[in-house]
Design a protein around this ligand. Structure first.
Ligand code: IPD
Length: 316
């Protein structure tokens, strides 16, 4: 099933996992696609095997920021595998296998951006929205995306200028242009509940609820973006997610015909920890208008981590 689901990501002529030698210094996106499919397949097997077991977790920045051994094992599998194949590429990952996760600049260099489990809290609780998410960026723009939810058997793939796919079948956004007729995804991240952000979070949620048909949350930023890409949701916004939560979803939404932008309008910035995705530019602009000046700015991913930044004292 996985190989079939990946077929649109793989080289057009030979849709197999066969690996060829890469010309030195040249970025062979076909080779990147072959390798990442192969590794995500293995990673998904690992995630599936861990899913029935009791999930022991540790905490990171605060008592609601969870991580498990499975996050680290999958990240290690992906980063080690990719690095063996592409030692000259740059790596940005959630759990720090490739070095400090934050304080890394996004450059023109070929860059792999890896979230081993997006939706770790879901994974800990056995809530079926945990995805392996990998984006490959080149010249500061997304080239490849793969998001695999092994429990629900959903494999989303996208390649720049070649469309977005779910389990091998093309997907498109809903085409919705009216906020009044939309279903909006919003993550309710506990780290936003610090006093200075709490009111903004609720005001935005209430504003969306009053205007749109409905508001939903999955606990996985990439899953939210996949839902927009496949037309099951019309929009998504969040102030908090990291580059590894957004790198794959950005391409998936754009290749499915949607827009990804800053929640205050203007260009999307992968390292800004701010995102708004919508089925159409019209809907995106209406969401921007509704958010207005009720914006949250967290410390950017390309700034060095300040001690205790992003932790939230009320949950420590
Ligand atoms: C988180 C999830 C969550 C979103 C956060 C992410 P993680 O990723 O995607 O839904 O609200 O912004 O950081 O920690 O589960 O990989």
């Amino acid at each position: 099933m996985f190989r079939f689901a990946c077929q649109r990501l793989l080289p057009r002529e030979k849709t197999s996992f066969r690996r060829n030698a890469t010309a030195k210094g040249r970025v062979d996106v076909d080779q990147c696609a072959v390798e990442v499919c192969h590794l995500v397949d293995r990673a998904a097997e690992h995630l599936r095997a861990a899913s029935g077991k009791m999930r022991v977790f540790e905490t990171k920045l605060n008592s609601k920021d969870l991580v498990t051994a499975t996050d680290r094992e999958i990240e290690e599998l992906l980063i080690r595998g990719l690095r063996q194949r592409f030692p000259e590429h740059v790596y940005i990952d959630e759990e720090g296998t490739a070095g400090a996760s934050t304080g890394r600049k996004l450059t023109e260099e070929p860059t792999w951006i890896v979230d081993p489990i997006d939706g770790t809290t879901n994974f800990v609780h056995g809530f079926h929205c945990s995805c392996i998410s990998v984006g490959f960026w080149l010249d500061k723009r997304p080239e490849l995306a793969i998001c695999h939810n092994p429990t629900l058997q959903l494999v989303f793939t996208a390649r720049r200028n070649r469309g977005a796919y779910l389990n091998g079948a093309p997907i498109r956004t809903s085409g919705q242009t009216e906020l009044e007729r939309s279903l909006i995804m919003q993550e309710l991240n506990a780290a936003n509940l610090g006093c200075e952000h709490r009111d903004i979070l609720w005001q935005n949620a209430v504003g969306m609820l009053l205007k749109a048909h409905a508001l939903r949350t999955t606990g996985s930023a990439v899953m939210d973006m996949c839902l927009v890409a496949m037309g099951a949701a019309d929009g998504y916004y969040e102030f908090y997610p990291h580059a590894w939560d957004l790198a794959a979803g950005t391409l998936l939404v754009r290749e499915a015909g949607g827009v990804v932008m800053d929640p205050a309008g203007g260009d999307f910035d992968l390292m800004s920890r701010r995102v708004l995705a919508a089925a159409t530019p019209q809907l995106g602009n209406q969401m921007v208008q509704l958010l207005g000046d009720k914006q949250i700015y967290h410390q950017r991913d390309d700034e060095p981590q300040k001690s205790n930044s992003n932790s939230n004292s009320i949950f420590k």
